[in-house]
Design a protein around this ligand. Sequence first.
Ligand code: NAD
Ligand code: DAU
Length: 360
Amino acid sequence: MTHAERQPRRLLVTGGAGFIGSNFTRYWCDRYPGDRVVVLDALTYAGNLANLEGLAETGNFRFVRGDIGDRALVDTLFAEEQIDTVAHFAAESHVDRSILEPDAFVRTNVVGTFTLLEAFRHHLANRSDANRCRFLHVSTDEVYGSLAPDDPPFSETTPYAPNSPYSASKAGSDHLARAYYHTYNLPTVITNCSNNYGPYHFPEKLIPLMCINILLGKPLPVYGDGQNVRDWLYVGDHCRALDTVIHRGQLGETYNIGGNNEVKNIDLVRTICRLMDEMAPDLPVKPSENLITFVKDRPGHDRRYAIDSTKLQTSLGWQPSVTVEEGLRKTVRWYLDDEDWWKPLLSEEYQSYYAQVYGE
Ligand code: NAD
Ligand code: DAU
């Protein structure tokens, strides 16, 4: 299908004011300007209207502040906007917060996803083109648990073994999305992606936290021995993968998405230090590596994640395009240039969370 033959879509993007959701919304509005894009976001501590700045002026974009668990609101939006495609990002997403206070994770990730699925099922009952509609459930590789150093990467058939309240709640939502396809024929597709990074990433996560602490001359807290491994994917590559899956993914299927970039945390932090030393005009502490501090490990800390995305690559032709060095360079540049974005996020609430995790 060429771009010109494509029938416009009407999207509901949940969690579109968060990190990946806002990158996806920007990507989509730019690539498909004829599509209607409605963002539904509760604006929790992680949601930020600044992430969507500039989009409000485009005629086809609408922002609605609200909870995915509010069934009446979701029903109204589906009907009034004639939504045919749901891109579901809304979630509580930070493992450390799920350890401190798991309640919201179950409420949003499990019950909220259930509410959306139910509302979409009833909405589609009134449509004749249900097979063209899509419910994209955006999930994580963390549902598969932890790998030993020589284990093969996670594939779509790896059994679920979540280890944190966050990953358990995401696993629960994946099972619901899967069940709604099998039971009700709801046109769901699930993606399980590895660690993303890039612009608009909230300061609590490893990469932005390291960038910001270097700029502020604060300690760089590395959990445990720093040997845990994550597979890093630049957020723009994730957005392209989701586009591919929405348009060409098989209904009821799961697609793993990964960057083929396994890196030990300590090596990643050292690379960020090197790039900051090279790119920042002046830093409070140089070399930044002097700020690295090993701290108490995260409880239940998964040792290694690695993703096998052969299925997506061979059946739908997607490939990651950004190397870690390239992606980190762009990301460091962004945090250097966009102080006005991140400074206001270091709020009192954030400081109190920070003290709970890292101590005073
Ligand atoms: P994020 O925490 O940056 O953003 C989450 C967004 O959801 C925020 O804007 C928040 O306000 C909104 N939200 C939270 N609860 C809500 C509710 N009840 N109703 C409406 N909106 C609500 O998260 P992210 O890192 O952008 O992750 C987005 C999705 O991608 C999540 O589902 C996450 O599990 C998944 N994922 C993330 C990564 C990653 O590396 N960040 C990797 C794989 C999958
Ligand atoms: O794998 C996908 C997941 O990646 C997503 O589902 C989650 O939403 C996302 O938050 C992310 O989870 P992680 O726990 O892997 O990301 P985080 O940035 O919190 O941590 C990355 C690694 O760095 C992890 O091994 C823990 C470690 N870490 C993290 C922080 C915040 C530290 O060593 N020090 C820190 O201060």
